[in-house]
Design a protein around this ligand. Sequence first.
Ligand code: SAM
Ligand code: SF4
Length: 338
Amino acid sequence: MTTEIVESAPTALIDRFGRRITYLRVSVTDRCDFRCVYCMKPDQRFTPRDQLLSLEETAQVARAFVGLGVCKIRLTGGEPLVRRNVLWLMREVASLPGLDELVITTNGSRLAELAEQVRAAGVRRINISLDSLRPERFRRITRKGDLAPVLRGIDAALAAGFERIKLNVVILRHRNHDEIPDLVRFAVNKGINISFIEEMPVGQIGEHDRAEVFYSSDSIRADLQSHFELVPTTETTGGPARYYRIPGTETRVGFISPHSHNFCGDCNRVRVTAEGQLLPCLGQEQVLDLRRILRGHPGDEAELGRIIRDAMQSKPKGHEFGPQANRTLARHMNVTGG
Ligand code: SAM
Ligand code: SF4
């Protein structure tokens, strides 16, 4: 670690619009054991392994960002728990001085085996994706997934003592929109949180017309009103979600609405793909190739820090998603690191 990076840490990553970047999301692989209809094509092609960042390179990137004031890192993918030796990476990242929180997003398929080890590696919080409680429907949405191991994985995560476990649900009209109250009831019974995410136009998926299946956060909230009392809260994770409490329960319900509510004004995050592309904004094509810098200047953390800092100046004011935008990004979500 260079002195230059450490000394400038508290104010290092500030973009042109005065937003301070404190949160990094890293995709550790583009591979996955599921092929969710909104995320990938059925015959999705994956990046050759030598083009992925090694775990050591990923740890180096994480160290550089933490040296520049990032205090929260999420490991995601693809499916992070299918990457070999990912527990090593978790331990490395969790032990970085200055990092407050290491969290992951997973589809839960391997959690029943790995939850305890992931917790022991230093991961504090975990988001688990769950779009249906019906096995056949779960299979149809994930194309390859089985529901039972995921449900066992949720219980294993509860037993392993993660803080504030959260379910992530993508609602698609006529696919799973009739399960909204059941999914919330499931979260309430488990004493965990749940967030509903509007489908984003990330990657050509071919499977459905995104406009046809769009189901807005406002519709989801309206569906829930007759089943639960939702009390708005001012709680924020510095991210795009709006939160509600259900009185008398432990459960917080979040809505992530890239279409219906633009959330860019408070954006505090950037992403790094499994290939080492730095994405200042999820909704833009613009990238910076960190792999080239890592491999062209091995061990030069000062150069890496300088380039990351400069890259923040190209973070755009906002994404251009929206029901009328009619625009799909070329990158798939498994590459972007959702
Ligand atoms: N495989 C892990 C999982 O599914 O949780 C982590 C990676 S996945 C890309 C992260 C999150 O992105 C998941 O909750 C998934 O539902 C969500 N996601 C994937 N494609 C999406 C899309 N087109 N729009 C909105 N959310 C999407
Ligand atoms: Fe895999 Fe997650 Fe994408 Fe589903 S959403 S295909 S589980 S990466």
